[in-house]
Design a protein around this ligand. Sequence first.
Ligand SMILES: NC(=O)c1ccc[n+]([C@@H]2O[C@H](COP(=O)([O-])OP(=O)(O)OC[C@H]3O[C@@H](n4cnc5c(N)ncnc54)[C@H](O)[C@@H]3O)[C@@H](O)[C@H]2O)c1
Length: 371
Amino acid sequence: MSRKSASRVRQTALITGSCGLIGSEVSRFFDRKGFRVVGIDNNQRAVFFGPAGDTTWVLGQLHASIPHYTHHHVDIRDRNAILDLVATTQPSVIIHTAAQPSHDRAADIPFDDFEVNALGTLNLLEACRRFCPESPFIHMSTNKVYGDLPNTVALRESEYRYDFDDPAFANGISETFSVDQSKHSLFGASKLASDVMVQEYGRYFGMPTCCLRGGCLTGPNHSGVELHGFLSYLVRCNLEAIQYKVFGYQGKQVRDNIHSADVASLMYELYQHPKQGEVYNLGGGKENSCSILEAFQMVEDITGRKQHYTYVDRPRTGDHICYYSDLTKVRAHFPSWTIRKPLAAIVQEIVSSWQLRLEKGVDAIVNGAEN
Ligand SMILES: NC(=O)c1ccc[n+]([C@@H]2O[C@H](COP(=O)([O-])OP(=O)(O)OC[C@H]3O[C@@H](n4cnc5c(N)ncnc54)[C@H](O)[C@@H]3O)[C@@H](O)[C@H]2O)c1
């Protein structure tokens, strides 16, 4: 299956979580590609994370930068509202990024977490099956579907980081890794439920659905808080001389980081070449991976400021010691897609963005996530 560019016939992209880190980036990307962008976001992030999670400012930016942006302040848990919206919108692509995105927050709000992540996704899938079954449905999933099983892979410890020490995982964790019999956190479990359901609508109903299992998704619009959005929060701590807390593993735990713009460009490839019930791991890969200690060094080199941190000798429950996405499958299926933002450029952009925001006093911005 292959689709023509949206420029000739104006297509509609329906984007859930349009005011979040990924949703807002994707909204701008699809607008630039000529789509009519319809966003769904009820600012639930402010409910999950308090006033610091308020995304009203992003909504203002979307209205300002996308002339024909249409917004719906709808909760994806509201089944009838979602059915009505999909029926009237008839989207040519659905990009689902709305979620309760925090690994740690889920344990405090298990019903909200499951209802948003699992049930909300089912509402959308079923609405699409009824009203636009041929439109690609792209779901933002997470590497937490693998639970803490990646911690069982043999590791090599060096001065500043861990790496996989098993040749089978030289490129990282692939999509064949087990999602079973490990500790996921409630968040990982609710996301796994939605991930499997998205696959099922592809396999059972033949719909063009796919899941992107994200590593650390980040970028200059990502305003991390403690425990969420580690790279962004770490930069902020550096600039404001706040003590960054390192939770366990001597700060050598490794994450792979991908810029939200590189996520958006892959989603466009998926729109053009849809798959049925596919899953892809999507992070920055080994090349864009770093440990917390390495991130400290990169940020210090840019800002010239020392990173202040305290060490808490207790890892976060279910945290990965080392994780990088094996990108072999996604690269093979989408040879023209590539990661354009190397880690150094990502860190530089995040530093510049925080410098600007802190200078201007724009402080109530939190776009963190589970990593
Ligand atoms: N950021 C990361 O590092 C990361 C890593 C792996 C996976 N992911 C996944 O990517 C997706 C996007 O993450 P993000 O970082 O952009 O998150 P985000 O919190 O920045 O964006 C999510 C948006 O969805 C909205 N939302 C939440 N619940 C809603 C509901 N019930 N109805 C309508 N809108 C609702 C929120 O208000 C928010 O604006 C999520 O599915 C997340 O699990 C993120």
